[in-house]
Design a protein around this ligand. Structure first.
Ligand code: TEU
Ligand code: CA
Length: 510
């Protein structure tokens, strides 16, 4: 993984990234046309959310053919061209690997409706459902007349779960992975990868969310599958994997990405994204920077190397979420950028984040297209929430905020800050290989050091997410290396929503 540590990843949500033919949907040629801009930004890898053939119930996370490109995005020739053109610019392409479930339109699922088919056991067909509930709300089982039974779907009914007890399934997945790796892609982002192994189908403990989860969250079977995929496929290529792992704590995450275990290279954890909610993401609370910083710091201390992110296609925009004072939106996004790019780990930037994109203006449920939002709205109404409250919940949390087309002119000032910070990562090995040490967290201020050893250069990063100046004394030998306010002189206090990188003058010899 040595080379990987130097890389910065940029997530593209193809549908809303760049539209080359004016049909209102982003596409592969659109991405190709933007590659040089991405190269100038300094990123090394692009991760594409799904572009496979899909009926689009869950925006492509319901795949009906893993080895075809959905026509809305172009053709396989476009995809091949994208991989080659990106490589010419030194950019690797990472694909989204969605293997917990397929689309209900996938030929395996259609064929599995016949009990005598070899595909029957690719899915969980049962005469009676258990009491599990799904990620999108409601029961995790649906009855299918043609199939003559109930099938399991941890997400929408259009996303039936694959059953990894049938060895045929993993062989299919290996072939799909090889198909893409042979095209020269740089790796996979593995969708909800820590829930693929269902240890039993027993009833779960009744719970407000995800009844049944104790039967499939991060089980030994998942670890075995990951080891097998690494051994038989991934290890034969120059590539990496990042797992999207739900409900993981630091111990589980360590097990999934410890190098000696040969499973994943890193994971996306959720704990820092859950600091502004009560139990589930639908019930938002006020954002408390200290709480957020403490979780981030805990993960920095616990995991040797991991993925770093503030946004993706499932989350509201960080500019609207983590910056409480709208007057300092531009400043705040720069401070967040500094944090993302100076912590230890692989930074993932989500499209539009680099120009400070905020949440969308939404007026009513009619503006919403996300299947999850519609399901949760219906569920909220069903359990008696008044319309205004159900709408308030969706308006604040819907995944559509991140999925709307980006206004690239939004805040080019923020873009300059991203460019600077990305350049520093390339120039200063301490930002990559240096250890992490928490210095303090108080009053919306987060201070940490990155250092290689006692003798060499030390960078101290101070991030303020507060609207008032905050006094902080970094010590005698510290001078400003970079401030998101562009200043060179330090006067003993951070300005509102300022990020500063101090450098230890003694150790650097500057
Ligand atoms: O997300 C898994 C997941 O946990 C989210 O759906 C979660 O329920 C919520 O959106 C985040 O708080 C992955 C994909 O990223 C998502 O887009 C898909 O809908 C989902 O898997 C199913 O494939
Ligand atoms: Ca298009």
């Amino acid at each position: 993984m040595t080379d990987l540590e130097r890389k910065i990843v940029y997530q593209i949500y193809p549908m809303s990234f760049a539209d080359s033919n004016g049909d209102g949907i982003g596409d592969l040629q659109g991405i190709i046309a933007e590659l040089e801009r991405l190269a100038r930004l300094g990123i090394d890898i692009i991760w594409l959310s799904p572009v496979y053939k899909s009926p689009w119930f869950d925006n492509g996370y319901d795949i009906s053919d893993y080895c075809q490109i959905d026509p809305r995005f172009g053709t396989m020739e476009d995809m091949d061209e994208l991989i080659v053109r990106a490589r010419e610019l030194g950019i690797g392409v990472v694909m989204d690997l969605v293997i917990n479930h397929t689309s209900d339109q996938h030929e395996w699922f259609i064929k599995s409706k016949d009990p005598s088919s070899k595909y029957r056991n690719y899915y969980f067909w049962r005469e009676q459902p258990n009491n599990w509930t799904s990620f999108f709300g409601g029961p995790a089982w649906s009855y299918d007349k043609e199939g003559g039974g109930y099938y399991l779907h941890l997400f929408a009914p259009q996303q039936p779960d694959l059953d990894y007890h049938d060895p045929g399934v993993i062989d299919e997945i290996k072939n799909i992975m090889k198909f893409w790796l042979d095209k020269g892609i740089a790796g996979f982002r593995c969708d909800v990868i820590n829930i693929i192994w269902k240890e039993s189908l027993d009833d779960g403990r009744r719970s407000l969310i995800l009844t049944g989860r104790e039967h499939y969250l991060s089980k030994d079977g998942t670890h075995d599958i990951l080891k097998e995929l690494r051994r038989d496929v991934l290890s034969k290529y120059d590539c990496f994997t990042v797992g999207e792992t739900v409900f993981v704590d630091t111990d589980m995450a360590r097990d999934l990405c410890a190098p000696e275990r040969s499973e994943l290279d890193m994971v996306f954890s959720f704990e820092h994204m859950e600091t502004d909610q009560i139990i589930v993401k639908w019930f938002k609370t006020r954002f408390h920077p200290n709480k957020f910083f403490h979780v981030i710091s805990k993960w920095q201390k616990a995991i040797g190397w991991n993925a770093l992110y503030l946004e993706n296609h499932d989350q509201p925009r960080s500019a609207s979420r983590f910056i409480r004072d709208a007057d300092f939106r531009s400043e705040g996004t720069k401070a967040l950028a500094m944090m993302l790019l100076t912590l230890r780990g692989t930074p993932f930037i989500y499209q539009g984040q680099e120009v400070g994109t905020g949440n969308r203006e939404l007026k009513s449920m009619q503006d919403i297209r996300d299947v999850e939002s519609h399901n949760i709205y219906a569920l909220a109404r069903k359990i008696g929430f008044p319309k205004w409250l159900a709408w308030r919940i969706i308006k604040r949390t819907t995944r559509d905020h991140a999925r709307s087309p980006v206004d690239w002119q939004n805040d080019t000032d923020v873009l300059e800050t991203y460019r600077d910070l990305i350049r520093f990562r390339k120039e200063l090995p301490v930002l990559i290989y240096g250890k992490y040490n928490e210095v303090l967290i108080r009053g919306g201020l987060f201070v940490y050091d990155r250092f290689l050893d006692e003798k060499s250069i030390r960078i101290r990063v101070a991030i303020s997410l507060g609207s008032k100046p905050v006094r902080y004394d970094p010590g005698m030998a510290m001078a400003i290396f970079y401030s998101t306010y562009g200043r060179k002189e330090y006067d003993g206090a951070l300005k509102p929503y300022e990020g500063i990188m101090f450098i230890d003058e003694q150790s650097s010899g500057r």
